[in-house]
Design a protein around this ligand. Structure first.
Ligand SMILES: NC(=O)c1ccc[n+]([C@@H]2O[C@H](COP(=O)([O-])OP(=O)(O)OC[C@H]3O[C@@H](n4cnc5c(N)ncnc54)[C@H](O)[C@@H]3O)[C@@H](O)[C@H]2O)c1
Length: 395
């Protein structure tokens, strides 16, 4: 299946992500059928799409006729048989639960034409395992949108162990047609690219806070005002949802061991009290009166180079594992989380030797795996690939 041949797409699940993905595809001109478990949820999904299209019309981003035509391209059903019959692609966006996703994939496989691609919007789960429940694992891949799909410019396209290059090419091409930038995750690694690098900096900050090296506000002020990041790590964790950050953290710990040792003292009490951040009103911060105010005068409390050091280290691991290339990692962090620069760019500008020394210094001080330099970083520095000043680094 090539991108030009894609005409009809099933979106499975009409929740937070599903309805947004449906809207994006229909706006681009694809015929979309949304599947959910009951008519009421589908109705709600469609209303959210209508609301969003109305906003675009109001802001004169699109014409009323285009909004109407977009809506007319979206049908809804609770029947997989009805939806799947003549689709070229399905994008699954049901809750993050492997057993449920496996069921969805085997059902889709039984109803969709044999050449249709089946993609998952999972944030963390194994594409390979989902593919195994089908007779077409070569046509099963990850297509990880960011929230909200209509606004965010990035899509991670993930290769499962059996996914064909043709499938990856088609989904990357589709991402471009949707006006997005695809980055390729070449291996089915947990956390893919963005959540994995983000998981590393969150963890470093949580441990620094736990050791009372800086306050939460001090870390966030330093990250924002000194580091130039759009949000502090605690603020961002609250914004993402601490329940999600907690689940991703545990998945990274299971996958990579001690390097992602979770800081249970910091996050577990909040999870137990269901203080999940912005969506529940309270997390690390109180959001009931709006966005937390991060005091400017604390901008020196935390050394932001520590965040960069663990981010660079995790980027090096991604390259070492042949899961991603430096350009895709940098693009992912800039478009997926609005970082001012990517970790590989940062390392090349700062000097890989400087970053390596920082990691060594932190490792000697705390004896934690997260600071233990990735062998790739050691190798680059030993070969003189220290970055811009040497003419060669990650780039
Ligand atoms: N929310 C985010 O920020 C975000 C970002 C990127 C990826 N994701 C991933 O996207 C997926 C969906 O997340 P969400 O936040 O949209 O969840 P959600 O709970 O808002 O929506 C899930 C929808 O799937 C429906 N559903 C459940 N079982 C179904 C079935 N058998 N068939 C069809 N529909 C079914 C539910 O009724 C619900 O409407 C998850 O895998 C999540 O990890 C979420």
């Amino acid at each position: 299946m090539t991108a030009e041949k894609l005409k009809k797409v099933a979106i499975v699940g009409s929740g937070a992500m599903g309805h947004g993905i449906a809207e994006l595809l229909a706006m681009t001109g694809y015929e979309v059928v949304m599947i959910d478990i009951n008519g009421e949820l589908l109705q709600k999904g469609k209303e959210k799409i209508k609301w969003s299209l109305d906003k675009f019309v109001e802001k004169k981003r699109i014409r009323k006729e285009d909004a109407d035509a977009t809506l007319a391209r979206i049908s809804t059903t609770t029947s997989y048989e009805q939806a799947g019959r003549d689709i070229d692609l399905a994008i699954e966006a049901v809750p993050e639960n492997m057993e449920l996703k496996k069921k969805v994939f085997s059902t889709l496989d039984s109803v969709a034409p044999p050449n249709a691609i089946l993609a998952s919007n999972t944030s963390t789960l194994s594409i390979t395992e989902m593919g195994k429940t089908t007779k077409r694992p070569d046509k099963v891949a990850g297509m990880h949108f960011f929230n909200p799909p209509i606004m965010m410019a990035l899509i991670e396209v993930i290769k499962g162990d059996s996914t064909s290059q043709e499938t990856i090419n088609t989904l990357a091409e589709l991402a471009k047609k949707l006006g997005k930038t695809p980055i390729i995750v070449r291996k089915d690694v947990r956390g893919f690219i963005v959540n994995r690098v983000l998981g590393a900096v969150f963890n470093e900050a949580f441990w620094a806070y736990q050791r009372k090296e800086a306050t939460m506000e001090g870390i966030d002020a330093s990250v924002k005002y000194t580091g130039g990041f759009p949000m502090g790590w605690f603020e961002l964790a609250d914004f993402v949802g601490l329940d999600i950050a907690y689940d991703v953290g545990n998945i990274l710990y299971q996958a990579y061991g001690e390097r992602f040792k979770p800081c249970v003292e910091v996050i577990d009490p909040l999870i137990k009290e269901k203080k999940f951040g912005q969506k529940t009103g309270v997390g690390f911060y109180d959001w009931t009166k709006g966005r937390p105010r991060i005091p400017f005068n604390l901008l020196d409390e935390y050394d932001v180079d520590r965040s960069w050091a663990v981010a660079v280290n995790e980027a090096a691991w991604l390259i070492h594992d042949d899961a991603a290339n430096p350009a895709d990692i940098d693009t992912g962090m800039k478009l997926g989380t609005y970082w001012p620069q990517g970790p590989c760019e940062y390392a090349d500008r700062t000097g890989l030797d400087i970053v390596l020394n920082k990691l060594k210094e932190l490792h000697a001080k705390y004896n934690m795996e997260m600071y233990k330099p990735c062998p790739l970083l050691e190798e680059y520095v030993s070969k003189g690939r220290t970055g811009k000043k040497a003419g060669r680094g990650f780039y």
